[in-house]
Write a protein that binds this ligand. Structure first.
Ligand SMILES: [Zn+2]
Length: 268
């Protein structure tokens, strides 16, 4: 819980990572090889974050993320009010194996899916490798978060096609497409009701403020990409710096800081 303008605001981080790896993936510095539940809970307590959506840390070698998905499901069982786990999937393994991992994730109680089209070297809208997973996700009522931006396989256009073709599937465009993609992501959110975006990594304040004003307070959610970015950076970016310009009503700020992800995941 944090306090803004004298009002308590619940904070749910919509984008964070947990797990261990033997080889780095995209982020080289800091060279984080391991970030486990106890580390996450410590960071949350330091920043006033009530709960996190968390998924496996990307690995620089082929993996089906099964082990980390199980670890995260376990952590969620131990801290049900604070940790909401998503399964990470690697569509490059092909639909047969990946659907097995997906069904296992559903049985473990995981609430959504994270896909990183660049690390997993598969276009976000791959009809053969990704669409069967989206079909199953929609069937099970899961939310899907795609890393969005930084490379063509993860372009807003490709993730937008997934949102268009699966209208009942809540889609979160991770990092709002980053700085170069944020305006396109906003346009997609205006077009498709199921498009949402998380704030992590949108480092240019004017674009970030525009995303809230133009896509609407129901579509943007606080996410940190912790442990790669500090949780409190993103919190301050929204509740201090963006709020300084936007002067949102407290209830709208509450949606961004936790209410929207609470609604998508149907949390009590
Ligand atoms: Zn991330």
């Amino acid at each position: 819980m944090i306090t803004v303008e004298g009002e308590p605001i619940e904070v749910i981080d919509a984008h964070s990572h947990m797990g261990a790896r033997k080889k780095l993936a995209i982020h080289q510095i800091p060279p984080i090889m391991k970030f486990m539940a106890e580390d996450m809970l410590r960071s949350m307590d330091d920043a006033g974050v009530d709960a996190v959506v968390t998924f496996a840390i990307g690995v620089g070698e082929p993996s089906d993320y099964r082990e980390t998905n199980q670890y995260i499901a376990n952590a969620m069982k131990q801290h049900p009010a604070r940790i909401h786990g998503f399964m990470r999937l690697n569509p490059a393994d092909g639909p047969k194996h990946t659907l097995e991992v997906l069904e296992e994730g559903v049985k473990l109680g995981l609430k959504g899916i994270k896909i990183h089209p660049l690390i997993e070297k598969t276009p976000a809208n791959d009809k053969e490798k990704v669409y069967p997973l989206m079909e199953a996700a929609q069937h099970h009522g899961l939310t899907v978060l795609f890393h969005c931006g930084l490379g063509e396989f993860a372009s807003p256009k490709r993730v937008g096609e997934v949102a268009r073709d699966f209208p009942k599937l809540p889609v979160i465009m991770g990092h709002s497409g980053l700085v170069e993609g944020v305006r396109e992501v906003v346009e997609l959110a205006k077009k498709y009701d199921n498009v949402h975006m998380d704030s992590s990594g949108v480092g240019w304040l004017p674009f970030f403020c525009e995303s809230i004003s133009w896509a609407g307070v129901d579509r943007v959610m606080y996410g940190s990409d912790h442990p790669f970015n500090p949780m409190d950076w993103e919190i301050q970016k929204i509740v201090k710096h963006a709020q300084g310009h936007l002067k949102l009503k407290i209830e709208d700020l509450r949606k961004i800081m936790g209410g929207n992800i609470r609604r998508l995941l149907k949390l009590a």
